[in-house]
Write a protein that binds this ligand. Structure first.
Ligand code: SF4
Ligand code: SF4
Length: 66
């Protein structure tokens, strides 16, 4: 688990985010999708530094990994 990247994850500021003690940075392969987040109320992944560093280009990683 890359804790440095997890600290940079901005999911906490996302309108869709539901706090329930899960590991952050859902975009990382080793982090599972969320069991708590259920609704798409907006996703701010496209503005996240981790997204840029990792070269990812999707969104809603908390709901779907593909
Ligand atoms: S891209 Fe999204 S899931 Fe990944 S670290 Fe950033 S805010 Fe979190
Ligand atoms: S993955 Fe996207 S939609 Fe899900 S909590 Fe993070 S920023 Fe919000």
């Amino acid at each position: 688990m890359d804790e440095k990247l997890q600290k940079e994850c901005i999911c906490l500021m996302c309108p869709s985010y539901v706090k329930c003690g899960e590991p952050l940075a859902y975009c990382l392969p080793e982090v599972s999708i969320s069991q708590c987040i259920k609704s798409e109320l907006g996703c701010i992944c496209p503005g996240c530094p981790v997204q840029e560093k990792m070269g990812f280009d999707k969104d809603y990683y908390c709901l779907r990994k593909a």
